[in-house]
Design a binder for this molecule. Sequence first.
Ligand code: C2O
Ligand code: CU
Ligand code: CU
Length: 549
Amino acid sequence: MEKNKIDRRNFIKLGSLGATVVITWPLLNSCNGFASENKNTINPDFQADLDFELTAKETDIQLFQGNTTKVWMFEGNVLDGDKTTVQKLGKSYLGPIIRVRKGQKIRVRFKNQLPEESIVHWHGMHVPEEDDGHPKDVIANGETYVYEFEIMNRAGTYWFHPHPHGRTGPQVYNGLAGLFVVTDDEEQRLKLPSGEYDVPVVLQDRQFDNNNQLVYLNRGRMDRMNGFLGNRILINGNPDMKLSLKSGCAYRLRFLNGSNSRFYKLAWEDGTPLVIIGKDGSLLDSPKSKPYVMLGVAERIDVWLDLKNRPQGSQMIMKSLSFSPGMMGMMGGMMGRGRNNLPLGSTYEILKINIDKTGSNDFELPQRLAEFNKLDPATAVNRNNPRTFRFFMRRMQWTINGRTWEMTGVTEEETVKLNTTEVWEIVNRGGRMMGNDDMMGERGWMRNRGEMDRDRGMMGGGMQMPHPFHIHHLQFNILERDVSGVDSRIWNSVKDGFIDEGWQDTVLLMPGMSVKLIMRFEDFKGLFLYHCHNLEHEDMGMMRNFKIE
Ligand code: C2O
Ligand code: CU
Ligand code: CU
């Protein structure tokens, strides 16, 4: 892969020499495709409505009193177009909020000033392969990658983050992520809360040392198998988890779980139901009222919050309620003791809303939101024979159908046809015996019996963990969620928290769970990713390509 990239650069450099082009061209063409060859220059024929630089760089910010904190961050700089559409989020490390409209054309000049390779992925967006931020397209320090694409998605809450293979976890952890908000005519007609009443709430967990510096995983492989769990929650990149809102007003809160591995069971502390109006890539057809919502890594929900009858001076608190997460939680609890006061699945505060001002607005919650044309299973080419992808551990590796990451590798069972609709079944369970067969049966990878016992002990004898499934390039509908294989203790603790309506790109699978998704491959051929969005799992190879041809 490195090789391809070097070829590509040589090609660009040699381009003016004429003769070389003739020799190099077919070679390149067969590797990466024609369109991706000039991604460090702009296409002058592409008329961008918004043209901006997005620079990833290292910097120091004042998060706490005392020492500043070294972070990595995205900085936006609008070159052409409405400057207010790339909006910095306070003093935090988080990237700017980018607000665009369906049908707009945007050009992003991603500049890598990090001390390592990177590439930016537009999570949830329907873009061509060369604009998707595939790990094969990473650029080195000092280089620029130019994205030029049209916004084809519906109104929704999307986001962007780096996607270099093996380094997504640490790069996001260091601060690289931002919201990418799309609106469209349908949404505009609903007159939902906008401006100061449309509030981002990005949830992340972090850990800081005594010098205020970020601490990432350092305890080796078992820690990474589990995934990173921090010991404090940051909202929009700020360690004080407060928002200050106005009595008398209605709000739209856009939640993104931007954590590496942690997921949440979100609820208002006083028992007020959560009113959900959107999920990932869409508004719902109508508002859904929930006692709590499970928000897996990378998932988004849009929450309606009515403060019309809440007095000034009052407060609302959002918590993550307790639940049984399966193995990951046991490890978080067991290994984390002394180091982590926020084991996964315990109860803790997420966010305080201080209603310390008063105001008024006349936004009303519409009873009908978006027109919702779910894909029809009858139109799927494999209606009764879904493609099945099992997420499980094999020989101490996180795998999908037993395979791990290959940069451009793609198999027959991962190849689909353009302009078809398919049903995919994603299963969090695998191997011969609930995923721990290799541990029991194939001992080659273990050095000795003691090590096996230790690891089995840590894993509680099973190898199942929650996995947030994500697919690039498209939004799917959830057809069904099969929970018959889920331990009842786990299921009972989360069962009212899933939103299966709307267009989604990420779905949380608890251990033993499987989901049937329906999706359509349209507009672009190419190589795209599907993976577990637990960033440590992803970095360890629980990620594969699929190909649309
Ligand atoms: Cu958030 Cu591969 O994506
Ligand atoms: Cu994505
Ligand atoms: Cu996973």
